[in-house]
Design a protein around this ligand. Structure first.
Ligand SMILES: Nc1ncnc2c1ncn2[C@@H]1O[C@H](COP(=O)(O)OP(=O)(O)OP(=O)(O)O)[C@@H](O)[C@H]1O
Ligand SMILES: [Mg+2]
Length: 507
């Protein structure tokens, strides 16, 4: 390439840059022209993103789209990374002899055994390096690489404004991504609290407490009967805290005997006891920077209570069979359905440990004390299990609702959930009926004082409900209703009269 060719090239490039309104397209056309005139096989314009410190290939020539996307570097990494970091061009006569070559895009493999030269120059905005322009060229001992480098320098200056625009767009895109990421997190937060269903005043107090305490590192003690949602609240506190991205580790203190729980909590050294073949980290270590949920803390044996108290106070401990102290940064959430004050008075629970964990108690009200939540929860579980089982069940029948409302739910939300799940499995049409609910609910109001219902009256109740339902379904058409229930019009009418059901009401 002689001088006139050089000038023609520059002229053509000016033309391209002025004439192509699309940023990327104009830069692509420049690379295309370089390929034709400088015998270059591959060219790329990379951009440095100061936010993420990533260097990405924005425009490429002679490279597949997937290869382009793979070409992500860090500042100082590879040759491009070095050029962007130092602001000085790099020219390599034969890349096969240079160890700095990362070939991350793997696009040179396909070119067989040919040898390539590589030139990379910085693209600058005033003194700041915003990216790089690089080309590959088949190795030719007769070609003056310095000259190629100079031409690229001029080119880099010419395309700089275009690249600046690209960089801005990319920055905006990044900021947008960061913004949506933040929104996503907020949504996640809302979602987490939304996970907990119930609008009763008592539950509102619970939400209030969760939001008050989540952001702090305070130890939380969640109390309440079995099945009231203690674990759900523990989850929600963790995921609404600054520790959300760190582990949430759970241990059920009631499920393990004293000797095992100690090693579960604190880990053990190799050979600490028979069966300790390997060193094992405990839950405290695993929960570092995150949250440790001590479920059923009331069941912990006194000997382990002492050790637990020590970690809570000192934030350090030693593994079983070891003497090295390990420091951890762990937030504690504990839960219990026991009366800890009573246990402390009776000497089963250390009172110093009780005071240590009772910093911020949250009391989960039993379901029978928040009746307004029952149907909301029932609907929620109906939808959940209908979806899971791919059934189209839309509502509860009125008698079913009455039964659900009348029951005292000793097993709280868990019992309600199980009951609805079972009903969904049994249900063959679009409505959950009373007879889909478990027998304990069939007794209605009398449920506190066990069965007051005979088989006959239970059957009668069921029959009546099915008859009413069939009539609702057929808008009071007796023959269709009888058909629905697989019976004769005569039997149907007889039963309807027996149960004082008037089909005309359903017209
Ligand atoms: N308010 C609620 N909204 C939605 N689901 C709930 C709610 N409360 C409890 N649940 C569900 O009920 C079940 C029992 O809840 P959870 O395990 O949190 O209770 P718990 O208080 O820890 O019970 P236990 O003391 O028996 O361990 C879970 O499946 C949970 O998702
Ligand atoms: Mg629990």
């Amino acid at each position: 390439m002689d001088k006139t060719e050089d000038i023609t090239l520059l002229y053509q490039i000016t033309q391209i840059l002025n004439q192509t309104p699309d940023l990327k397209e104009s830069l692509y056309n420049v690379l295309d022209l370089l390929a034709k005139t400088m015998h270059m096989n591959r060219g790329a314009i990379t951009i440095f993103n100061p936010l993420t410190e990533d260097i990405t290939i924005e425009v490429a020539h002679g490279m597949s789209e997937s290869a382009r996307q793979k070409g992500v570097y860090k500042l100082g990494e590879g040759i491009t990374g070095q050029v962007i970091q130092t602001g000085a061009a790099v020219t390599i006569p034969r890349i096969s002899r240079d160890s700095r070559f990362l070939n991350r895009t793997a696009s040179r493999k396909s070119l067989g055994d040919k040898e390539f030269s590589f030139i990379c120059v910085p693209i600058k905005k005033e003194k700041q390096v915003i990216g790089a322009l690089s080309v590959d060229r088949e190795y030719d001992p007769a070609y003056l690489l310095e000259k190629g480098e100079k031409i690229l320098y001029v080119l880099a200056a010419m395309i700089a404004t275009k690249v600046i625009h690209l960089e801005r767009i990319q920055l905006e895109r990044e900021q947008f991504k960061a913004e949506t990421g933040r929104l996503q997190m907020e949504l996640e937060k809302k979602y987490r609290i939304k996970n907990i269903i119930g609008n009763s005043n008592k539950m509102r107090e619970v939400y209030q407490m969760i939001s008050q305490v989540a952001g702090s590192n305070a130890t939380v003690l969640i109390r309440g009967e079995s099945g009231t949602g203690k674990e759900l609240v523990a989850n929600s506190i963790h995921y609404n805290s600054k520790r959300a991205r760190h582990p949430f580790v759970k241990i059920n203190c009631a499920a393990l005997p004293a000797n095992l729980i100690e090693s579960e909590l604190f880990g053990h050294e190799k050979g600490a006891f028979t069966g300790a073949i390997q060193q094992k980290p405990g839950k405290f270590e695993l929960a570092d920077k995150g949250t440790l949920f001590l479920d059923e803390i009331g069941s912990i044996e006194p000997e382990v209570q002492v050790k637990l108290l020590r970690v809570l106070q000192e934030r350090e401990f030693a593994r079983v069979g070891g003497n090295k102290t390990i420091a951890v940064d762990v937030r504690i959430i504990a839960a219990t359905n026991r009366n800890l004050e009573q246990a402390a008075m009776d000497g089963f629970f250390r009172s110093d440990l009780y005071y240590r964990i009772n910093v911020f108690p949250i009391y989960m009200p039993p379901l029978r004390e928040r009746k307004t939540d029952i149907l909301v929860l029932a609907d929620f579980f109906l939808e959940k299990y209908a979806r899971e089982n791919e059934k189209k069940i839309v509502r509860f029948s009125t008698p079913a609702i009455d039964m659900i409302m009348a029951y005292h739910w000793p097993g709280n939300v868990r019992e309600l959930e199980n009951c609805i799940e079972r009903a969904v499995l049994l249900c063959e049409d679009q409505v959950i009926h009373g007879y889909h609910l478990p027998p304990t609910l069939q007794t209605g109001k009398e449920s506190d004082s066990l069965p007051a219902l005979s088989l006959d009256s239970a059957v009668a109740r069921l029959e009546k409900e099915m008859i009413i339902d069939a009539l609702k379904h057929t808008r009071g058409n007796i023959s269709q209703a009888a058909k629905m229930l697989n019976t004769t019009v005569r039997k149907f009418t007889y039963k309807a009269i027996k149960y004082h059901v008037d089909h005309r009401q359903y017209h």
